[in-house]
Design a binder for this molecule. Structure first.
Ligand code: GLC
Ligand code: MG
Length: 425
């Protein structure tokens, strides 16, 4: 299980993507960015993020290009039929073998093709253990019943799932998002790495079985689909570990963390002005997230153009801090940060966002951290990623603060920002 931590995760979030983590009605992705900041500041270093989507690997990758999604440790795709680990997304072969048992894809396709009401979805969504169609709501129950009967006659034990009032998936009986999660939990348990808490999050029919997994907290987001709400009425209403949020999508996930006292649960993006200095759950994560968030707000003119605010940047940088550019030039960041002063408001009213992904910390001495992370920038419709390695040191006179002592940046588009320093901070 490459990419996994060596210890029991403090929290494992298992979230659906479309209309749960991602709000397709919010072009600015406000709640997703709020979640991202919370996760990277307080959870990335000791918890597990799992995405569980109906999408195939192809459509999942498309979504990653469109939306500011974090990189999860585990990706479950194609309605719980494909499990992959780490950044390289290496597949869980054991799970494929489990699903092969008693599965006869050819017969499923042949029998389903007899129903003209079922329209095949695109080729990318037809997967080794998933056959997918569209069908109108009004015709769905009748077709599902008739199709189940026919498949039973062939001694085929399958699972038929209806989602979003339009999608119909046929999977092996042992597949699905809930079964995939149960399989993972069993695997963790056998290695003595069970998560301390698990929160599952969803909005539609294919998420229902996530809420039946033993001992998990669950949130159905405020915009949940009719078929999931019906399932809730019949199956989960009396379960105090499952809530119906009133907030939409990722905001509903944060609401659930607050409801179940999964701490911390306040996103750095929800803190107005400068965050309080003082004990933070994970000082390093907070420094990285808050420093860049302030940079975003400074350039969007969402904070005051004052000495006090600017001082927040300056005081975080060690007077000898060097910034090493990909083309080999090294500059003193403490002096060059002054350029940022003139950038105040240069992105006002524009689509400009900065978010951090994959914070990977390594404590190299009592007071020094070596950390790697990806800094993403969105400027209007253009998105760029900067792989960053940095050294930060606990301030001797203020043990609740860190200062940056070295930063090495590699912009993935190769061009960097030689002319505009503030883009490279
Ligand atoms: C995603 C998949 C689709 C599936 C649906 C519901 O949209 O792309 O194939 O039917 O989820 O599970
Ligand atoms: Mg969904």
């Amino acid at each position: 299980m490459e990419g996994l931590k060596e210890f029991s995760p403090r929290l494992m979030i298992v979230s659906d993507l479309d209309n749960t983590m991602v709000d397709h009605h919010d072009p600015e992705n406000i709640s997703l960015l709020r979640f991202n900041a919370l996760w990277e500041a307080d959870y990335r270093h000791d918890s597990l993020l799992v995405f569980s989507t109906g999408r195939s690997p192809t459509l999942y990758k498309e979504l990653r290009k469109e939306k500011p999604l974090l990189t999860p440790e585990i990706t479950i795709m194609s309605v719980g039929t494909e499990i992959t680990y780490g950044d390289s997304m290496s597949p869980d072969k054991g799970w494929e073998e489990v699903l092969n048992q008693g599965w006869d894809r050819g017969t499923v396709v042949k029998e389903a093709s007899r129903f003209p009401q079922l329209k095949f979805q695109v080729e990318t969504e037809q997967r080794p253990h998933k056959v997918s169609f569209y069908i109108e709501k009004t015709k769905s129950s009748e077709v599902i019943n008739a199709l189940s009967k026919r498949l039973e006659e062939h001694q085929l034990d399958v699972k038929i799932i209806y989602s979003g009032g339009i999608d119909l998936d046929i999977l092996p009986q042992g597949a699905g998002k809930g079964q995939a999660l149960a399989y993972l939990l069993k695997k963790f348990n056998s290695k003595g790495k069970s998560p301390q808490n698990t929160l599952v999050c969803g909005d539609s029919g294919n998420d229902a079985e996530l809420f039946s997994v033993a001992d998990v907290y669950g949130v159905m987001v405020g915009n949940a689909q009719e078929e999931l709400l019906q399932w809730y009425e019949g199956n989960a209403k009396s379960n105090p570990k499952v809530i119906l949020a009133h907030e939409r999508c990722a905001a509903g996930i944060i609401q659930a963390m607050q409801h179940f006292n999964l701490d911390p649960n306040v996103s750095p993006r929800d803190i107005v002005g400068l965050s309080q200095t003082g004990a933070k759950y994970f000082l390093l994560g907070h420094e990285i997230v808050e420093f860049h968030l302030l940079c975003e707000r400074w350039r969007r003119a969402e904070v005051e153009d004052s000495n006090e605010i600017f001082q927040r940047f300056k005081s975080a940088i060690d007077p000898n801090c060097s910034l090493l550019h990909p083309w080999g030039v090294e500059e003193n960041l403490f002096t060059s940060i002054d350029v940022l002063r003139q950038c105040y408001g240069d992105q006002k009213g524009k689509q400009f966002r900065i978010w951090i992904d994959r914070i990977r910390p390594l404590k190299i001495s009592l007071d020094i951290w070596l950390v790697r992370f990806d800094k993403w920038e969105l400027i209007e419709r253009e998105r760029r990623c900067c792989c960053t390695t940095a050294l930060l040191k606990v301030k001797p006179d203020a043990p609740n603060s860190l200062s940056w002592i070295h930063i090495h940046e590699t912009w993935l588009d190769g061009c960097g920002s030689s002319t505009n320093l503030c883009c490279s901070i």
